[in-house]
Design a protein around this ligand. Structure first.
Ligand SMILES: [Zn+2]
Ligand SMILES: [Zn+2]
Length: 261
């Protein structure tokens, strides 16, 4: 049974639904023991650029206050944590670190939805056979992990590569080896399973099995009904067995000693 997830969104990201409390109620009703909120993090950009799929910096305070109240209301019934899912954008990271230092986030999931930073508009999920972009993705995820701030990589296989299998094998082996070195678990994303996305990608998880990465599952819920996605979890379990993955309970995310500066 799927009992612990650290990948949960809220309506503040503008593409999720349901009240914060409804996510917790659903988790409790389904018998989950740990729920981590990790909404799309606010980020600080330059000029008049506005990012439409994340909370705004001024909404962060309300986010933490709301989850804190739920922690108290549901104490003894479920353990609740609060973090963010964030990209690693080198150009904007210093400002982001400054923003984070004022907020009580317990953990960060790396969700590298764009290459470089999102201003260039190169989504990681846009199919490409360009090896330079594949390398860029792996470099960026690796550099993110090396900051020591990210406790887990969400959907590490979201990069959609249609080029040579040998290049995919080589680059994703590099990603997995860097994750192992940095002590960062990799997430099998249940949203990908439930909505038939191009991830989880078996080719990626075969590599992770060989490298020996620590693996967790995250529901990536954007609606309360998806918080406890046992059907997708069972498919993830089958994949984990097939590739010999070291599947752990998701609260290993809190035990990696990753620090938010
Ligand atoms: Zn989302
Ligand atoms: Zn997510």
């Amino acid at each position: 049974m799927f009992t612990k997830s650290f990948h949960t969104h809220t309506t503040r990201c503008r593409h999720a639904e349901g009240k914060d409390r409804e996510y917790v109620l659903e988790a409790v009703k389904s018998g989950m023991t740990v729920l981590g909120f990790s909404d799309h993090s606010p980020y600080v950009f330059e000029g008049d650029y506005y990012s439409g799929f994340r909370m705004r910096p001024e909404e962060a305070e309300g986010y933490f206050a709301s989850i804190q109240a739920l922690k108290q209301e549901f104490a003894g019934q479920i353990e609740i944590h609060t973090g963010f899912e964030a990209e690693y954008y080198p150009r904007f990271f210093p400002a982001y670190e400054k923003l984070l230092s004022r907020l009580p986030a317990e953990y960060l999931l790396l969700g590298q939805h764009f290459l470089f930073d999102e201003i260039e508009k190169i989504p990681s999920g846009r199919e490409t056979d360009d090896e330079t972009l594949l390398k860029q993705y792996v470099n960026q995820v690796s550099d993110a992990m090396k900051t020591g701030m990210f406790a887990c990589v969400a959907h590490p296989d979201c990069f959609r590569f249609a080029g040579s299998e040998a290049a995919y094998e080589r680059e994703m082996t590099r990603l997995c080896e860097n994750a192992l070195l940095c002590g960062v678990p990799l997430e099998i994303n249940l949203l990908g399973i439930r909505t038939n996305r191009h991830y989880p990608n078996p080719a990626f998880w075969r590599i992770a099995g060989r490298v020996g990465n620590t693996v967790v599952c995250g529901s990536d819920a954007h609606a309360p009904k998806d918080v406890c996605d046992t059907a997708s979890y069972e498919k993830a379990l089958a994949m984990a067995a097939e590739y010999g993955l070291k599947l752990c309970e998701a609260d290993v995310i809190l035990k990696g000693g990753h620090t938010l500066r």
